[in-house]
Structure formats: C-alpha cells, structure tokens
Design a protein around this ligand. Structure first.
Ligand code: ATP
Ligand code: MG
Length: 630
C-alpha cells in the first residue's frame, strides 16, 4: 500500500509515469505518442498524438458492456417529470441529436452554444457535440440577453440549442425570448437555432429559416447511426466561462484527452465512485461542476448521474434526501451555500429518509465554514469532504482523495494538494511561505491534465491573467489567499482582491466570516474591507440570520451586533472586529452561488456596484444600501 504522500510525490516527480498509468483508465483509438509536452511554457499539451473521444468513454463503452444499466436520471420537481435513461437509451438519444447537428451543418471543431434549462435534452446536446467532435459552450440558462450576447460573440457558434423556457420555484423562466434578444445584440449570431419545446411558453415566436424544432427533427432521425469522431487529445472539447465573481468572466478552453483522463482518475481517487453506483451533483450544467460531475465524470466512471431541475426546498426541504434514498445515491456533490440554506430548515428533514447508500458528500465552490461543516457532517453521519478548485482547473486542486487515503477531516479545511498539483503558498515577492503563514495559492506549472489549455482565442490573456504574478518563478496564480498548517492541511482564506488590511494586519475575509458564523443565530455572512482614514481598512459584516426575528427591533439588533463582535474578538482579537454588523435577509451572489463581495464593498465605500451581469438577486443590493443608510 502506498501512502497518499507517496502517491502525490510520484505524480509530481515521475509525472509521465504517473499520468501514463492514469491514461489507461480511458479508451484510446490511438495511444498518445508523448505524455506531457511542455516545450512552450506555460502552455502544455497532454497526451499528444493520442486520439480519443469523450462520448465514447462516457457512454459507448458502458452501453456495450451494460446496456440496461442506469445512465441518466432526469428529475424535475418543477414540472413533475422523472425519466431514467439506460446507457443504451442515452446512446440512441445522443446519436439522434448528433444526426440533427449534422443535418444542420455542424462539423468537427464548430462551436455549438447550449442555452438550456436542466432537462435531459441539455445532456444530449452536450454529449452530441462530444460524439462528433464539435465544441460546446454551455451558457447558464437565465443569464440576461447581454451576457448571452457577449458569449455568442466570443464563441461564434454555428448552432444554438435552447428551449422555450425553464422553470424555477414553480414559475416559467423565459429562454427563447432572451435568446432572440441576444441574437439581435450579437455581432455573430448563429445561422440555426434548435429548440426544445417544453410547452411552457405557448405560442412563442419562431424566426423563419433559423429556428428549427427538436421533436420534429428527432422523429426524422429515430434510427440514426452517427460514427464517433476520434479527436486529437489536445483539441478543444469545450469552452466555459468562469463565474465572474471578480469581474469579467474568462472563457476557459478545455482539451479532450487530458480532461478525459483527469476525470476518469478523479472519479476513482477523489470521489471513490464505482460503475453501477449513482452520483448526485446538485449543480447546474452551466457551471464547471455540472460539466465535470453531472455529465462527464460519473458517466466515464460507468455511474448513473442525476440531473435535477428544482430547488433544495420544493416541494419540501427533504427532496434531495428523498432522491438519495430512491436512487441509492453513493456519491453526492453540492456547495456550502446549499448547506447554509438547509441549516435554516428543520433538521428532521435529514432524518426522514434512508441514506445508508451515501458514502460521501463533497462540497466546493466557496469556503466551507467550520460550523456548517460540523453541522452537516453530524446530521448526515458520513464524511463531508470540502474540495477546492476553479472553473479553470476542471477538477479539484485540494481535497482528501478518498479513493486513496482516509486521513482525518479537519473542519473548515479542504486538506491536501490533489495528485498532479504541485501547490505552494507564496509571499508577494515570489518566495514560499512557511507553515501557518498566509499567502497566495499558486501551482507550479505545467498544470496537470484537465486544466484549461488557454483562454479561448486569447493566449495573451492566459499568460497575463494566470502566469504574471511574479517575474520569477513562473507560477499559476489561483488569485486566492490561503494558508497551510504544520500537518499539511490547507485553508482558503478568501480572494486575494478581498484581503482586508487593518492597520497593517492582513485578514482574509473568510477568517472573520468564520468567526461570525460561530454565533448560533447566524446562517450566513459576508465580510468586506471598507476604506478607513485611520486604519487603512475596517471590516464590515452583513449577516443573514437563521431567524430574522432575532434582530427585528433596534434593541435586539444592537444586542446581537455586540454579541457577534465579541465572537470575533474571542477568535481573532479586537483588530478583526467589524466596525458594524448589519442584519439583512439575503446576500448578493452570483448565479453560481458565490458571494459578490466586490459589489458589497463598492456600496459600503459609496461607489457603484460594478459589473452585475452574473448576479442572482439584485434586490439584495437594495437591502445593503438600506442597511448602510440606517
Ligand atoms: P471569476 O474567476 O470570474 O472571478 P470565480 O472565481 O468565482 O469567478 P469559479 O471558477 O466558479 O469562478 O470559482 C472558483 C473560486 O471559488 C476559487 O478561486 C475560490 O475563490 C472559490 N472556491 C472554490 N472552492 C472553494 C473551497 N472549497 N473553499 C474556498 N473557496 C473555494
Ligand atoms: Mg476565478
């Protein structure tokens, strides 16, 4: 038995040996000639000369061996639909979709922009691209027309796939209308638009000659056979934009072979998921977690995957656990923000169903505070694994690799660098931090397989955004601020841009948020640094309470504010004490659930809230403005 440390060390020191072994987890039409070509830093080419196909690995292989096993489980609590596709059925549906693509003129290397709700056809649409070697660009459904238009112009798709509408909280969300608007705004609108008509937006207008109907074309291609297009390992599989939390989103370009190997390996070593089991990722296909761990990862591993349209609270707060029981989910993936939503509900919902199939819950996307980490782990009685990564990396950077090691969980810490990542913490001058010293989280290149190959169409931006932190050494900058303890456990302290400098003491937003979260009345909090004449900056907190009535009079609010401040004093010292703790009922977040601290900070400093194209609920900003006035 190798220990995890040896496993990790080998992945760095014998990079080619390690990854050539991992490469055997996937099917190659042609074996790679070179494992890692790093002749043009910081650009890296993995598995050069190899030919493979993501769809073949995700579906064909399993359809041949276990045609009747569950592959895609589609559940909508919005329209009350539920449908299970076996690998054989999924294969047939995707071939039909691929035949439609070919009829509409989509060729290998062409871009297909997918703007869809969480319906099974969205999975077919992505997988059909993979089958014929087209490049998908999934844009989160519900983004406004101008966000969609910028992404259309960036990808220049030959085809867009969409639907009449999505549903959220029982209400239809228009897609087709936004699409039409976006196509008017865009400089390079697509020639063809393929529409899934869900019957949610009766009589929506169709553009003559451009809009075509999915059901009609599918009927024509029921027996379609579309051969797999073998794709050079280094050719792109998709484009996907980052969440835009810190500003303008970046178009991440992903390769094919490296991504396939990285996902196959991660399913084993990190998620410990086996063929025949079921994975439930509560994300959306518009995000990287949706790409890697709703669609490709579980299928590549031969697992069934759940695609869920709905919220965690409808019809009631037990819905996720009901799904886990029904489909015997073994691997679940969600986000800290969802845990904080559940924390506001009656914990009895977590006890109502048989969750004995569940081996692990993985959480990523935002810092997981210790209080929430402990709460969910106690309630579920299973290991809850915090993992840290980015759209750019495509799969986890920090985690406990449960398939390889069983190290104890440290609350609030995503633990150790994942194999393949030579992760270090740096001072601003490019030297490395010691244990327990805060710094910038960096990765020594070459980036491992599955990471972004470049920024789509902008090699220059790839270098300037990610590799220009220091003159020397050449390091990939995560733009996050972190720390490693003496036992090698890492913590992410917040975004580099959000670091708060109080009289020369540098504090990560997360550290103060963590302290505020320890107060039992608090469900969620954002802390930002606000310019201060004397101290440079002062932290200010905006907290959402589990029960808003705890601060519904000025007296109660003032008393609670004092208590919260005391908590911060106790854990970090008075230096970190927020100048104010405001109580509100909702925080501004991106559509992917990330706190928009830059907007909160801007308002607190009397500036404009900035780029809000990815915000979920703009009314939260009004609450902040009101709180600041009050
Ligand atoms: P943009 O890059 O456009 O500003 P974004 O960084 O929010 O947006 P994503 O790629 O979706 O876009 O998010 C990655 C970021 O999320 C990480 O850089 C980190 O700040 C945060 N993050 C992800 N997982 C964790 C985690 N487990 N703990 C702490 N932070 C996390
Ligand atoms: Mg980012």
């Amino acid at each position: 038995m190798t220990t995890y440390q040896e496993f990790h060390r080998r992945s760095i020191e014998d990079r080619d040996g390690f990854w050539s072994e991992q490469a055997q987890l996937v099917h190659w039409n042609k074996q790679p000639e070179q494992i890692c070509d790093y002749s043009r830093p910081p650009f890296v080419k993995w598995f050069k000369g190899g030919e493979t196909n993501l769809f073949y690995n995700a579906v064909d292989r399993h359809a041949a061996e276990r045609p009747d096993a569950n592959a895609l489980i589609y559940i909508s609590t919005e329209t009350n639909e539920e449908k299970v596709y076996s690998f054989a059925e999924l294969q047939r549906e995707v071939e039909r979709m691929a035949a439609i693509y070919q009829e509409l003129g989509v060729r290998k290397g062409d871009r297909v922009l997918i703007y869809m709700p969480m319906i099974a056809e969205a999975a077919f649409a992505m997988l059909a691209c993979a089958r014929i070697g087209a490049i998908h660009s999934v844009v989160f459904g519900g983004f406004a027309a101008n966000s969609l238009a910028t992404r259309i112009d960036d990808a220049k798709p030959v085809l867009m796939v969409s639907a009449d509408a999505g549903m959220r909280n029982g209400k239809p969300v228009p897609y087709k209308h936004l699409l039409d608007e976006a196509c008017k705004l865009a400089e390079f609108p697509p020639q063809k638009v393929l529409l899934v008509d869900r019957g949610l937006d009766k009589g929506f207008p169709r553009v003559e000659g451009r809009d075509v109907d999915y059901a009609e074309l599918r009927a024509k291609h029921m027996d379609a056979k579309v051969p797999v297009a073998w794709v050079e390992a280094t050719e792109p599989s998709y484009i996907l934009y980052t969440s835009g939390t810190t500003g303008k989103p970046k178009g991440v370009q992903r390769d094919t072979g490296g991504y396939c190997v990285a996902l196959a390996a991660s399913m084993q070593h990190i998620f410990s998921g086996d063929a025949g089991e079921t994975m439930f990722s509560t994300s959306d296909i518009g995000w990287v977690v949706g790409h890697s761990y709703i669609i490709y990862g579980p299928l590549i591993a031969g697992m069934a995957t759940i695609m869920y349209e709905g919220t965690p609270l409808r019809p009631d707060a037990g819905i996720w656990w009901q799904i886990v029981e029904k489909y015997k989910v073994s691997v679940m993936f969600s986000a800290p923000t969802a845990v904080r939503v559940l924390k506001k509900q009656d914990p009895a919902w977590l006890k109502k169903y048989d969750l004995s199939s569940l081996k692990h819950l993985f959480l990523a996307g935002e810092p997981l505070d210790e209080t929430s980490h402990k709460w969910i782990m106690d309630e579920l009685g299973i290991p809850v694994i915090d993992n840290y990564w980015q759209t750019e990396t495509g799969w986890p950077i920090l985690a406990i690799c449960r398939g390889v090691e069983q190290s104890p969980i440290k609350l609030g810490s995503p633990a150790f660098p994942v194999y393949g990542y030579d992760l270090r913490i740096y001072r601003e001058d490019g030297t490395e931090c010691g244990a327990n010293e805060k710094g910038i989280v960096g990765i020594v290149p070459p980036l491992p397989p599955g990471n972004l190959s470049t920024v789509w169409g902008q090699d220059e931006r790839f270098i300037s955004t990610y590799f220009s932190l220091f003159k020397e050494p050449l390091v990939y900058s995560s733009s996050d601020w972190g720390i490693k303890d003496e036992n090698g456990y890492h913590s992410i302290l917040g975004r580099m841009d959000d670091v708060i400098n109080v009289a020369g003491h540098r504090l990560g937003t997360r550290e103060i948020e963590e302290a505020v979260q320890t107060h039992p009345a608090v469900a969620e909090v954002a802390v930002v640094g606000v310019a201060d004449e004397v101290k440079g900056q002062m932290p200010m907190a905006f907290a959402v309470l589990k029960d808003a009535s705890a601060a519904d009079t000025p007296e109660k609010a003032a008393a609670l504010e004092k208590e919260v401040m005391k908590r911060v004093d106790a854990s970090l010292g008075a230096i970190a004490r927020p100048s104010r703790v405001h109580f509100i009922t909702g925080l501004p977040k991106t559509r992917s659930g990330k706190m928009l601290r830059r907007s909160i900070q801007a308002l607190a400093e009397g500036r404009d809230a900035g780029d809000l194209t990815t915000i979920e609920d703009p009314s939260t900003l009004d609450q902040i403005k009101a709180a600041l006035k009050g």
